[in-house]
Design a protein around this ligand. Structure first.
Ligand code: SAH
Ligand code: AVI
Length: 319
């Protein structure tokens, strides 16, 4: 690990938890894998490609609403605050925010050391006077945040609709944990993908170039690479659809035939047509997200949207 990015997790611990999660997920009646494992180095690169696809409106909409409302967002965050970003990835939107907010310190947390290292290096060059820390870790577990020990206002930035990859119960628990971290004077900026025409959603997760399919299949390739699995990638197909009653895009991998897969000392049998559920991406109405924030201990004080009303950035304050 480079000195620019801290990682308290050992390589062995990481492989161990990955194997345990894979074995547990593939032993469920509806097989499932946690989406956080999409993001190894090739997975992060594929996600960066997704963000640039014509069908994937989310990134462009959030970038455009952030540009348009930057001074109002900066006033809400408060100049000189301590800024922490969860799931920072490429930190592209962050560049705008750092210019507007001018925080005292910026901490980027991401599960993907490769993405984090690239982003922190670029940001350090662009903002040489800013204190920037990269922390490789899992935001669903409590993390010790070095910059959050002072008395300045603490603001957590959680863009990109990453909150949509958590179930509403997980999102509520995550908001509660963050509410504890930012304290009574703290705030959160959360990017939320809004409910919309199902055909627009469908296209965003079934792009014509097959990048989302490659991103989904990379999860099996990663199991092969890191856990010695023997998934035959040609025997699987990407499948994503909008589940309207549950308000979420579901991503699955469909087994194209009856097959047996070995991973370390574990063996799994899959029927033809059986799926592995790999990701949910929840879409919220404004009211639904306000209610969720309240359950998490936050009041939605501000909301900024793009011109077409596709995406929203919520300014939450401790309730
Ligand atoms: N914030 C960026 C990237 C969003 S993609 C944007 O708005 O475009 C989601 C990011 O969260 C990825 O970089 C991924 O590596 C990271 N991530 C996913 N699950 C995580 C977890 N449990 N802990 C920490 N980071 C996670
Ligand atoms: C990171 N996350 C918000 C993306 C999403 O839209 O749910 C991940 C993704 N999955 C497929 N395409 C993009």
């Amino acid at each position: 690990m480079s000195p620019e990015v801290a990682d308290s997790r050992s390589e062995l611990d990481l492989i161990d938890s990955f194997l345990q999660d894979v074995v547990a997920g593939l032993s469920l009646p509806q097989k499932a894998l946690p989406p956080k494992y999409f993001y190894d180095a090739p997975g992060s690169k594929l996600f960066e490609k997704i963000c640039r696809l014509p069908e994937y409106y989310l990134t462009r909409a959030e970038l455009s609403l952030t540009r348009k409302n930057l001074s109002s967002i900066a006033r809400f965050a408060g100049k000189g605050c301590d800024l922490l970003e969860y799931g920072s990835g490429e930190s592209v939107k962050t560049r705008l925010l750092l210019r507007g907010v001018r925080p005292s310190a910026y901490v980027a947390v991401d599960i993907s050391p490769a993405a984090l290292l690239g982003a922190v290096r670029k940001l350090s060059r662009a903002f040489p006077k800013l204190s920037i820390t990269g922390l490789a870790g899992d935001f669903s577990r409590p993390l010790k945040i070095p910059a959050f020990e002072g008395r300045r206002r603490r603001v957590v930035y959680f863009p990109g609709s990453t909150i949509g990859n958590l179930s509403p119960q997980e999102a509520q628990a995550f908001l509660r944990m963050t509410r504890g971290q930012v304290g009574p004077r703290g705030a959160m900026l959360v990017g939320v993908d809004l409910k919309k025409d199902a055909t627009v959603l469908h296209a965003a997760y079934n792009d014509s170039r097959g990048v989302t399919a490659a991103f989904n299949l990379n999860l099996l390739a990663r199991i092969n690479r890191e856990l010695g699995g023997d998934f035959d990638l040609r025997a699987w197909r990407h499948y994503a659809f909008y589940n309207a009653p549950l308000g979420r895009i579901e991503m699955h991998l469909v087994s194209l035939k009856k097959q047996v897969v070995d991973i370390a000392l574990h063996r799994f049998t899959l029927a033809a047509g059986e799926t592995i559920h790999t990701e949910n991406s929840y879409k919220y109405s404004m009211e639904e997200f306000r209610a969720l924030a309240a359950l998490g201990g936050f009041a939605a004080r501000k909301v900024w949207t793009d011109r077409k009303g596709l995406f929203a950035l919520f300014g939450l304050e401790a309730a």
